[in-house]
Design a protein around this ligand. Sequence first.
Ligand SMILES: Cc1ncc(COP(=O)(O)O)c(C=O)c1O
Ligand SMILES: [Zn+2]
Length: 436
Amino acid sequence: MSDAVDPHRTEPYGLRTRSCATELTCRECGYRTPLLDKAFKCPACGEGLDVDYDYELAKKRIAERPAGERPWNIWRFEELLPILNLRAQRRVAQFAGKTPLIHAERLGAELGLSNLYLKDDSTNRPSLSYKDRVVGMAIARLLELGKDEVGCVSTGNVGTAVASLAAQAGARPYIFYPGNMEKGKAKACRAMGAQVIQLDANYDQANRACRELALETGMEFANITLRPFYAEGAKTMAFEVVEELGWRAPDHFVIPAAGGTLSSRVHKGLVELEKVGLAETADSKIDIAQASGCSPIATAILGGAEIVTQTPETAAHSLAIGAPGDGNLVVDAVRSREGSAATASDEEIWGAIDLLGETEGILTEPAGGTTIASTARLAQEGKIAPDETVVAVISGNGLKTLHEHPEKDWPEGVPCEVGAMERLLNDFRQAAAALR
Ligand SMILES: Cc1ncc(COP(=O)(O)O)c(C=O)c1O
Ligand SMILES: [Zn+2]
């Protein structure tokens, strides 16, 4: 693949997206460098770099093109996304995003919330998690750089997204997993032709080693070297939700956090919607959901303290990051919006997965269970009022993790004979009647 295009080239018109991205910047010290620079950390202070935009130009360009002429995928508001090369953009993630926003009346009734919505990224394409948004951006950047190999380090879902999106773009994926993860996700990556390496380490150790490997080998890593671009994809969750609510921001977003990319970039996306005049979003609160066995961000928020690294011990493997890279950004975002946080035990997470399934027919993985259990706690604690509009993010699909869900007894090997079947049916009916 040798179609690297200088993102600063605006001619010939037609090869360039409408992106209004200008430079990579450091929030901490103000360092700025061209978008084409391959730096991902600030050389002056070591902070992760962020993408900046010409917001006046974005406002103008967004107004020029009506919603009806825009694609319904993650590229819908490409003005506020960092990919400049049109060919690269068109080859990646054309079916990612536009996941449903579901008014969850039955679950809401259980939790005492009359305006509860679920942003259902368990149906995201191609790999059934929110990670299709961020990895979509990273793979488009990979093509923009003219590269055809990509690595990643993953708690589970980044890997499946990289395997899938890289395959579709014709790039070769190398996926590094920690020791403790759901094996079905690694198997899915191998089924899609990716090379998968499971390290004898936890995620935080694997992440540090992958960073060194990336620098040593020059191979791009979707969530390390391409991280400034990767992270921008998470803003599309905010853009979609606010549009799906008729350009009104919800009172609360409840967002599961691991490294903190999704929650910090939903915040950035909300700020941008206001900057370009699409919606008023300043009153939207962000609440963080974490497992009690790995809650560095929630603990800092609830304790009014700094983030302290933890050693994860939770069934929510996709959220098991003890040293969250974007943790400080999340804490700042939550505090500035006067949001909060909640944690859930493994038992509460499995219970919430069942409750979501029984009330809304959605099968999620432990990350989604963490969101629902945390939403319940926030409502119980009065941090969410009964009539406030709440968007709870269901970020992953339970079909990928079913193997680890607790077993439930069920009648197997029953004689295929009407008498036996009727007796079982009656037992089930009586049990249902007793619950009423
Ligand atoms: C299903 C799911 N939800 C949420 C998250 C949290 O993502 P972030 O690292 O952006 O906080 C992850 C991260 O791995 C995930 O796999
Ligand atoms: Zn800096």
